[in-house]
Design a protein. Structure first.
Length: 131
């Protein structure tokens, strides 16, 4: 009878844990500055658990793949923390950007929003175009 044995580096979990904690805190930092209105109506502990949990989960899951794609050493904590910070900030910033964009245009017709997206006006903020 053959048994399958999985070999895992003893520091693998610790490396992923470092990147996931970093991702969670990076997500919290982004969420402090760019919070959608619907999210602000939730109780503070729920906000914290959502942002921290999403950042931690995605940091744990995606950091290894990102570091492998970049051919970086995942056992180096500087690399793990950098990957975690990037993943954590994006995991919070992208949904917040989408939520704020949708909220600003929720009473418009789909055709109007499509025209605005085509013309590039979605990226204009307070009269200044983002480049």
């Amino acid at each position: 009878k053959r048994r399958m044995v999985f070999m895992v580096d003893s520091h693998w979990f610790l490396d992923r844990f470092v990147s996931s904690i970093t991702a969670a805190f990076a997500g919290l930092i982004v969420a402090l500055f760019f919070m959608p209105e619907q999210f602000k109506q939730m109780p503070k502990p729920v906000q914290f658990i959502l942002v921290f949990g999403i950042g931690m989960f995605l940091g744990f899951v995606l950091s290894g793949g990102l570091l492998q794609y970049l051919h970086a050493d995942s056992s180096d904590w500087d690399n793990s923390m950098g990957a975690g910070a990037l993943i954590g900030s994006l995991s919070t910033a992208v949904p917040i950007w989408v939520a704020n964009t949708i909220r600003k245009r929720e009473h418009r017709d789909v055709v109007e929003v499509a025209k605005e997206v085509r013309s590039g006006d979605v990226f204009k903020s307070k009269g200044v175009e983002n480049e």
